[in-house]
Design a protein around this ligand. Sequence first.
Ligand SMILES: C[S@@+](CC[C@H](N)C(=O)[O-])C[C@H]1O[C@@H](n2cnc3c(N)ncnc32)[C@H](O)[C@@H]1O
Length: 297
Amino acid sequence: MQTFRTKLSQVESVLQNAGVYCGHGYESVADEAVALVLGAAGLLPEQPTSLLDQPFPEDADTQLANLLDRRCVQRLPVAYCLQEAYLAGLRFISDDRALVPRSPVSHAVAECLSPWWPEHKVPSLIVDVCCGGGSLGLVAAAAFPGATVLLSDLDQQALSLATENIILHDQSDRVSALRADLTSAIQSGCVDILLANPPYVSRAEIAQLPPEYRAEPRIALEADAEGTELAVSLLQEAVRVLAPDGLMLLEVGETWMALEDRLPRVPFLWLELPQGGSGVAAISAQELRDWDAAGIL
Ligand SMILES: C[S@@+](CC[C@H](N)C(=O)[O-])C[C@H]1O[C@@H](n2cnc3c(N)ncnc32)[C@H](O)[C@@H]1O
């Protein structure tokens, strides 16, 4: 008889031998094995350790074999295999219409952006620009129940997934999705919190990425030759759209060094996030206005 424990160990070996790359929300093949085994058995991620010695249901074997084929042969990220991803404790529908949710900004957002956003201040409008499947904006909607949230993206496929996630979270009354090029559809001076996670992988880097990334929409990853173009545009546009006391959270990952080279006089402060992750900056509207006035953006 196979138990969950023996199944987990087998799946971990299969993943190890296949040489899968873990970079889409799971840190190790052990974590991925747990997700795949529980997913095959139709169980939620949080289970008591006593499950380990329970029999693994035989009728879940076919589903597990299908999942392993998708993961090891087709090299799809676990989230696409299971059609779901968890971010900051929330569940999202995930498929190849949008990037797998994994932004390190999510944990800071779930904690109401403390200490960068004043405690107890209710933002009126939060915009998740370049929203993909909408996970960041929906984490923000949960953290700030009084806010209206706009999810925007250029890619209609991503927006269709974002719309499904809005419905999944039952947030249609205050979260909406809109197709737009960066902040072009947003009125001046009205955004309290701007969440910006644009594509920032340079053309040279994209060719080096493991196969799992090829399953994700190219528009979600690839930027210009340096990877900084959209980030610079967003910094400039944020000056216009942010409210006087607004806040921008910008994520550029490993491209932070290229961004510093591109804007050498901007004193970026890269955050130390509790859950890890690099290249995230919290920038106040006042700082942006100062940088814009000094002509350094
Ligand atoms: C790195 S993904 C981020 C997705 C999402 N924020 C997340 O954390 O999962 C970047 C997103 O930017 C979108 N995008 C690319 N160019 C854009 C543009 N010019 N205007 C708006 N969105 C754009 C892509 O379609 C993609 O969904």
